[in-house]
Ligand binder design. Structure first.
Ligand SMILES: [Ca+2]
Length: 713
């Protein structure tokens, strides 16, 4: 049996040392007293305490430890900054790149929360324990242990809150996205709920207001500091400050074909990308700008004006922050790293409304696949896909006191968010712990990038692994394998074909096979991923599409028809009870279907949707009901079904499931084990008010064949 330290001993140590301890450690002692934490953990904390104490002393002697500022933008495309090819005005970031370095092959994980996990822990998301961070330590915990003042502002998007993971100060929202002008209920200031002011509020600005306040505190305490600013911009809802919007209004009437062309020219002229590289072609799912109806052109141009204004504002606020560092003599010895969590977002979740000007709390626009394509120039695909368009991030590193590489140079070595923690631990002289109370740590997969900053040789010890939902990839030297939503593996030689135009899978079957084995082995042994996430890919090629990509063939509500062909379920806004696409919205439920996605708003008790199968000719069970759901709060959902024409809902049988992903899509797969034939199905996602989206809703048979899909045409 492990021994536990006596409560008396802990109490004595806590009382004696409290004045010398950082708050978090002091709190930890209190928690240990309360929870009788085991001796090994206790001894480890003592070791850290001793180290921390020594270093507090040393800190007065050693003045040259750098401050660290990590900035992450949200859904920023590879080409969205001036120094990465954009026409959007980002002079402050361009200046940092000109006097620092920029990376041409810096990778993220293609999605919001997983990128945040990797940035903070140096691990792949699943390995770190996903949003619970149960198998990792954060950079804030590592640097706080080494005497740094630690602070964060902006989007958290993980479990608990930043103050539970080593950040001594925090301002921001715990949610994945919110209204830029009015925020949401998840705002916190230093661990406590914070009410968003009714006026004069815009999240991007507030993040820097609080960041500057926190830095003032760090300076008063005469400590080196670590600040992590996680802007929510330019993530949807698209909302811009009026003056920023005005600056870009009508600038995008030229359309995405022209903008993409101009960005690519600028990328090559600036030396960011090799001159022989070919830009990827416009995919079939994005129409040419010229083919769009004028109302759609006007509407799409507005979206890009808003995105540009939001990105411009990020740059302005960063300018304000870096000026604050300069005014305080800190710019020279602060390591600043700017990255994005994923490529531009193609998901179009709002009905078209060209009359909106999104410069106030009540009006916002959504993303669009057309501009996402241009914003990821020169690459293919988008947020969530493990193609370069999803995972390639602009990355600027500025640290005059520490970077020996030529100012303004481009680092072409592949790097990844998992490298951030080892890098900042390295440059700050902080130790990466092998143990941490109440967490079972797994090894860090990232490596310190410090050799690159001094023009020294860097050797990547293990291939870079990519996995989000069913999208997969592996980068090993110049080779990359990638699978689009569990479609067949593709193989590319990125040294000649960074834009992934020539699939070499059939020409190099041995290399492909070996890389798939490596990917699978890493999924199992490094990520500890659940087995289903590395099950084999489909062998039959399928078109690369997604139900939430913009459908440009939709009609304008009450307006002129588009030039495109086809039909759309967009805007069949049914009042509660009306049957839409084979789905009936129950009482207290508003259903709006856009591009095949069900957007549900729950206004009272007992909401949900129901599907009546009595007129369908379907085979007998067993079945599987399968869909993806996105919701902003966790909840318990229920399925009701009948297998007898005389029984009506809510009588019948009942199954339950859990919605645990917050704001991200989660697959729900429910086996319905009956041998009889289904007559009615009902899905409840929660008990009361709220909202949710459902996509890819289908009933499958015992051979996993699709029997029915909703919405029905
Ligand atoms: Ca994101």
């Amino acid at each position: 049996m492990p021994r536990q330290p006596s409560e008396n001993l802990l109490t004595k140590i806590n009382v004696a040392m409290r004045p010398h301890l950082p708050n978090k450690l002091s709190n930890l002692f209190a928690a240990m007293q309360r929870d009788r934490i085991l001796l090994p953990a206790f001894m480890m904390v003592l070791a850290f305490t001793a180290k921390s104490d020594r270093q507090c002393y040393a800190q007065d002697q050693v003045k040259n430890r750098p401050n660290v500022l990590i900035v992450m933008a949200d859904d920023l495309g590879f080409s969205d900054l001036g120094c990465y090819g954009s026409e959007i005005e980002t002079p402050n970031l361009d200046r940092l790149a000109a006097s620092g370095v920029k990376f041409s092959q810096f990778y993220n994980t293609a999605k919001c929360h997983s990128s945040r996990v990797s940035l903070l822990t140096g691990q792949y998301c699943i390995a770190a324990g996903d949003t619970a961070l149960s198998h990792g330590v954060t950079s804030a915990e590592v640097l706080a242990t080494n005497g740094y003042f630690t602070a964060m502002t902006g989007k958290w998007h993980l479990k608990q809150q930043p103050t539970d993971f080593g950040f001594q100060r925090y301002f921001g929202h715990l949610s994945g996205a919110c209204n830029y002008f009015t925020g949401d209920q998840s705002f916190r200031l230093n661990g406590m709920p914070w009410k968003v002011p009714a006026e004069n509020f815009y999240t991007t600005v507030a993040n820097v207001d609080f960041a500057i306040d926190f830095l003032e505190e760090a300076r008063a305490e005469k400590k080196p500091w670590y600040l992590y600013v996680a802007f929510n911009a330019p993530h949807a809802p698209l909302h811009a400050l009026p003056n920023d919007y005005k600056k870009y209004e009508n600038r995008y009437n030229v359309g995405w074909d022209e903008i993409r062309k101009a960005r690519f020219v600028k990328q090559q002229q600036s030396g960011l990308l090799p001159s022989g590289l070919k830009v990827s072609e416009r995919p079939e799912h994005v129409p040419s700008w010229k083919s769009l109806h004028p109302w759609r052109q006007q509407y799409e141009a507005k979206k890009m004006s808003t995105l540009a204004a939001m990105i411009d504002r990020v740059d302005q606020e960063l300018g304000r922050l870096t000026k604050n560092l300069k005014d305080n003599g800190e710019l020279n010895n602060t390591l600043i790293l700017f990255v994005s969590d994923n490529g531009a977002c193609p998901y179009d979740r709002k009905s078209p409304n060209p009359t909106i000007t999104p410069t106030n709390a009540n009006d916002s626009l959504g993303d669009t696949t057309g501009w996402a394509w241009a914003r990821n120039t020169p690459f293919r695909y988008y947020k969530q896909n493990q193609f370069e368009g999803g995972i390639a991030s602009p990355a600027i590193l500025h640290w005059p006191a520490g970077v020996k590489a030529t100012a303004g140079s481009v680092i072409t070595e592949p790097a990844h968010l998992i490298d951030i923690l080892p890098t900042i631990a390295d440059v700050t002289g902080s130790q990466l712990p092998e143990q941490w109370p109440s967490r079972e740590l797994r090894p860090i997969s990232g490596q310190s990038l410090r050799p690159l900053l001094g023009d020294n040789a860097f050797h990547r010890e293990s291939p870079l692994h990519f996995l989000f939902s069913t999208d997969r990839g592996l980068r090993e030297n110049q080779w990359k394998i990638v699978s689009f939503r569990q479609g067949p593996w593709e193989l590319y030689d990125l040294s000649a074909d960074r834009t992934e135009r020539n699939n070499l899978a059939s020409q190099h079957p041995d290399r492909l096979k070996k890389m798939i084995q490596t990917w699978t082995q890493m999924s199992r042994e490094v990520l500890h991923a659940p087995e289903r996430s590395y099950s084999e890919v489909q062998t039959e090629p399928r078109p690369h599409t997604h139900p939430e990509w913009t459908r440009f063939d939709g009609d304008l509500p009450d307006g002129p028809a588009t030039k495109g062909k086809g039909t759309t379920t967009r805007n069949r806004n049914g009042p509660s009870g009306k049957n839409t696409g084979g789905i009936r919205a129950r009482k207290n439920t508003n259903l709006n279907i856009e591009g095949g996605v069900l957007h549900l708003t729950f206004t009272g008790d007992d909401p949900g949707i129901a599907m009546d199968l009595r007129s369908k000719s379907i085979p007998a069970g067993p079945y599987q009901l399968r869909f993806r759901v996105q919701k902003s709060t966790p909840s318990r959902g229920e399925i009701f079904f009948t297998t007898d024409p005389q029984t009506t809902l809510p009588n019948g049988e009942q199954l339950s499931f859990k919605i645990h992903e917050i704001n991200d899509w989660q697959w729900i797969e429910i086996p319905i084990a009956t041998q009889k034939t289904l007559f009615q199905i009902r899905i409840d996602l929660c008990d009361g008010v709220g909202n949710a989206s459902i996509a890819d809703l289908e009933l499958r048979g015992s051979a996993e064949q699709t029997i029915l899909r909703w919405p029905q045409p």
